[in-house]
Every structure is written in structure tokens, then in C-alpha cells.
Design a protein around this ligand. Structure first.
Ligand SMILES: [Zn+2]
Length: 294
């Protein structure tokens, strides 16, 4: 969707490769089960740093080296690094534009889109990321997957044009800070709607292939979404705008290369093959899942 925010010099290249981008936008989530370094890139438990009710965003330095000095690298990695990772990836994307490799540009574009999406999800900014500390286990998937899936057709994803971002690190921090400002409402409203919902109507059993799965009922998910007004849709719209803007920014910073001349054409068959292997390994349990699911 971010593709449609791009200027004419970029849009046709991205449009042509939209399937590739969509396919690769989930790579980071697949990888996190195989790789130790992957998981913390998806979130930041910023409330971990809050002391005596102080605003953690005032305590946490935005620059990586300052943050390392204050809290140590181990601590930062333990509680998540999403804003810094977005900033690093913007630099990697810029250099792949400079080098002119189509595969790298598309892969990094897809992946940075994933992390920017995560940074816009309130539950990716808190230690209580799945409501596990407040008896609301499952809320993560409800907010991030179940509601958007149910509402996808009603959401308006036309978000206007990509804009140049002077300081990607600040933009990433601003996204996280705004996301975090919604955490209390996200949790409170789920409690409230739960109280207003008869217990036997909160969950439903749905047939998925051969198995029956318990999940939030459609009625409950929609009532919860209504209670949050347009929060979910607006967070997604902001994420889409930022994704397009970061792609555009990296391209500008690389000197606006002609994308029609990028080398190494994308080989969709090799990619499909790679994806199949990852999925097979995943389903055979070679790649272990973790409980930490945000
Ligand atoms: Zn993720």
C-alpha cells in the first residue's frame, strides 16, 4: 500500500515488484524463530525504563551510543531496539540504492516496512505486550491481526504522498512514542468491552482445515474496534505513510538513481524456492517457536 505514496520516478519499479515486496514483508517474523538477534528488532518495551512514574521517553536517549552508555547494550537488546533498527535499515536501504541492486532494494524495502509497521502498534512498545500482566492474554493478535483482517475492506488506505524525512531516527522515535500513548486505552477498552460482553460470546470456535480453533468472536472483535474509534485504522495509515516516506528518503539520499536501470533482475522462482524451504523447516519444527510473540 505504501507503493501508492511514491513519486512517479519510483512508483513503476515498486508496482512491478509488489508481489515480491508483499512476500518478503513477513520475512522478519519468520526469521525471529531462527535467529537470536532478530526478536528485539520488532519492539521496545519502553515502560521498562520508567521509574517513579517518570516519562520513559525523557529518560531514554534517542541516540544509540548515548542509550548504550546509560543502560548498556545488553539491556537495550533485552527490551527491544525497534527505533534504532529502523534508522539503521534506512542507511542500508540508501546504500543498496547507491549500489543499484534491485534484489537488495526490494528486500530491504519490504523488511523496513515490517519494522515500521511494528513500531506503530501500541502493544509493541510495552512489557505487557500480550496483556499477560493484566489477565488479557491474546490481545496482541486481536489488535494486530484479528481486527485488521475483519476490517480490511472498510479501512481507507489512501494516505497521500511520501515526504522526505530529515531525521529517520527521530521519526521512528516519534512513531514509538505515539504508539505508546495508546497503550492504556488499548488495555482499558478491551477490559471494558469484555465486561459488557457475555462470557460465552467473547470467544468463538472456528473450523480451520481439520482443526477447530478458539478465537475472539467477530462480534467481540468488532465491538472492541468500535470502542477504540479509528485508532487501529489511523495507526495503519500512519505506518503506510512512514514506509513510503522512508523508501523515498533513502532514494533521495542515494542521489535519486534511475530505478529502471537497477541491476540483477528479481528472480521470482529462486525466491519462491527459498520461501518454501523456510516454511518447510518451520513446519517440521527445525525452527523453534517462542512464546514471546511480539
Ligand atoms: Zn514483527
Amino acid at each position: 500500500m505504501a507503493v501508492f505514496t511514491l513519486p512517479p520516478e519510483m512508483i513503476s519499479f515498486y508496482k512491478k515488484n509488489i508481489e515480491f515486496i508483499t512476500a518478503h514483508s513477513v520475512d522478519p517474523d519468520k526469521r525471529r524463530y531462527a535467529s537470536e538477534v532478530e526478536a528485539p528488532r520488532h519492539y521496545i518495551d519502553i515502560d521498562h525504563y520508567s521509574k517513579d512514574g517518570q516519562n520513559p521517553f525523557e529518560l531514554m536517549p534517542r541516540r544509540w551510543l548515548d542509550a548504550v552508555e546509560k543502560y548498556s547494550e545488553d539491556t537495550l537488546i533485552a527490551y527491544g531496539i525497534v527505533p534504532w533498527h529502523i534508522a539503521s535499515m534506512t542507511i542500508w536501504l540508501t546504500s543498496s540504492f547507491e549500489k543499484g541492486n534491485a534484489n537488495d532494494v526490494l528486500r530491504l524495502s519490504a523488511e523496513i516496512g515490517h519494522y515500521i509497521g511494528d513500531a506503530h502498534v501500541p502493544l509493541h512498545t510495552t512489557e505487557n505486550y500480550n496483556g499477560q500482566l493484566t489477565g488479557q492474554r491474546g490481545i496482541h493478535g486481536l489488535w494486530e491481526s484479528r481486527i485488521p483482517e475483519l476490517r480490511a475492506d472498510d479501512y481507507d488506505y489512501l494516505v497521500g504522498q511520501a515526504k522526505y524525512i530529515d531525521r529517520p531516527l527521530d521519526a521512528a522515535w516519534n512513531a514509538v512514542e505515539e504508539s505508546h500513548s495508546f497503550v492504556d486505552s488499548v488495555l482499558f477498552l478491551e477490559k471494558l468491552v469484555s465486561q459488557q460482553t457475555p462470557t460465552d460470546q467473547k470467544y468463538a470456535f472456528e473450523q480451520r482445515g481439520a482443526s477447530t480453533v478458539k478465537q475472539y468472536s467477530q462480534g467481540f472483535a468488532l465491538a472492541y474496534d468500535r470502542s477504540m474509534k479509528k485508532m487501529v485504522e489511523l495507526r495503519m495509515r500512519k505506518a503506510i505513510t512512514m514506509v513510503g516516506s522512508i523508501w523515498y528518503t533513502a532514494w533521495i539520499n542515494a542521489g535519486q538513481p534511475n530505478l529502471e536501470l537497477l541491476g540483477e533482475k528479481v528472480d521470482l522462482e529462486t525466491i519462491a524456492e527459498e520461501n518454501k524451504k523456510t516454511e518447510e523447516a518451520f513446519s517440521k519444527g527445525k525452527i523453534k517457536g517462542r512464546e514471546h510473540d511480539h
